[in-house]
Design a protein around this ligand. Structure first.
Ligand SMILES: [Zn+2]
Length: 99
């Protein structure tokens, strides 16, 4: 049985001389970090019908859960947006943006 080329690994070979673990690690390193999931500030402003400034304030106040993407923009947790939906129109826009 062929085994992983990484010294001391000893796991079964999967592809390119590597085991499943090392192959996946190599692929991840090549692809870079995955994009941070979530909604952009502009999408959240559209969904809730508020200004970008208001979205910013909601993030600062902790009313929306957000983290900065590698590009420096906020990605906002959809569940925390959903918690602020009070009208059918907002819900319809949310479904469009999240779909
Ligand atoms: Zn390995």
């Amino acid at each position: 049985m062929r085994i992983c080329d990484v010294p001391g690994c000893g796991r079964k070979h999967l592809a390119l001389g590597l085991c499943a673990n090392h192959y996946q690690a190599k692929r991840r390193a090549e692809l870079g970090p995955p994009p941070v999931p979530g909604l952009w500030s502009g999408q959240v402003a559209r969904i809730l019908g508020v200004s970008l400034r208001t979205v910013q304030r909601m993030i600062e106040a902790g009313d929306l859960l957000a983290e900065r993407s590698p590009g420096g923009n906020f990605r906002i947790d959809p569940a925390s947006v959903e918690a602020h939906i009070t009208t059918d129109a907002q819900l319809a826009r949310y479904r469009l943006e999240v779909a």
